[in-house]
Design a protein around this ligand. Structure first.
Ligand SMILES: [Zn+2]
Ligand SMILES: [Zn+2]
Length: 293
């Protein structure tokens, strides 16, 4: 057994990040901090500028959920990674939608890297929206580079023993006519894929969504399909209270007794500081902001 299980686990995802950064984003994407999380129904998320060091350098967080690793094929983990990487690309080189909304610019970037955005995860679904899935474009850039990564022997060194339940649905890519092509373990088209392609894509679509629906029905016991969620934590370097807070965190000094307390919106996580006992709402979320002491 390796003595560096933590290192190996993070290093694997980081290597995949570097690989897809070079293969699909021209090596443009910045340094990130990889984290593992276990938030229900969420395969991954990107949190922009979430981390800071003593030199005031900001780094994004890219989180992945290990509960999806054991039962979901590697291609879907790479797919999640690249979905989040498209958000990171947009945060640095484009114009992200508000609160992680999947806008048209993001959708175009996804299409360019070979992942088709779709609200349903199937051909024909809406390409923009709050909650967004995506599917693999057959022989697109993502399909090709993921295939090459697996051929190099990419595997996860450690997997969660209690993964999210998943029905035995085939790994599919879709061609430009929306026809499903089943992939084997090496991501080549299966021999049976001619037969699959011959069926109408409608038949494949209904099969897949049925599988998803039956998962939804039994949500309490089985847990549903993967979903993505992102918090884009905006930072404001001119924000005096944030700078004070950073100063305190980085220098490990006790909090200054300013008499002010923090109020937090539980939906969008914005924070404001003020004297105790204020009644304030987050106008974006139409929700009372909670005092934190
Ligand atoms: Zn997303
Ligand atoms: Zn809010």
């Amino acid at each position: 057994m390796t003595a560096r299980a933590t290192f190996d686990t993070y290093d694997t995802i980081l290597n995949a990040y570097d690989y897809f950064n070079a293969a699909l984003f021209g090596g443009q994407l910045p340094e990130v901090i990889i984290t593992y999380h276990r938030q229900r129904k969420v395969m991954g998320y990107a949190s922009i500028g979430r981390w800071v060091n003593a030199q005031r350098q900001y780094v994004d967080e890219l989180a992945v959920n290990p509960e999806y690793f054991a039962k979901y094929p590697l291609i879907e983990i790479c797919q999640t990674l690249c979905h989040e990487m498209a958000h990171i690309w947009q945060a640095h080189f484009g114009k992200p939608g508000r609160r992680g909304y999947h806008n048209i610019e993001w959708a175009k970037r996804m299409t360019r890297i070979g992942l088709m955005p779709s609200a349903t995860g199937l051909p024909g679904g809406e390409k923009t929206g709050e909650w967004m899935m995506d599917y693999v474009i057959y022989e697109g850039a993502f399909h090709r580079s993921c295939q090459a990564l697996l051929a190099k022997g990419f595997i996860l060194p450690w997997v969660d023993r209690y993964p999210v339940f998943r029905l035995e649905v085939p790994v599919l890519a879709y061609d430009d006519k929306g026809r499903a092509i089943e992939l084997d373990a090496k991501l080549n088209a299966k021999n049976s894929s001619k037969m699959l392609a011959a069926k109408s894509s409608q038949a494949i679509a209904s099969m897949t969504s049925e599988a998803l629906i039956s998962l939804d029905v039994q949500e309490e016991t089985l847990r549903p399909q993967p979903a993505h969620w992102e918090g884009i934590f905006e930072r404001d370097t001119n924000d005096e209270s944030e700078q004070h807070l950073l100063q305190e965190i980085l220098s490990s000094k006790p909090r200054a007794k300013s008499g002010r307390i923090k109020y937090c919106c539980k939906s969008c996580h914005i924070q404001v500081w003020g004297k105790p006992g204020l009644n304030i709402d987050c106008a974006d979320c139409k929700q009372r902001m909670q005092a934190e002491t």
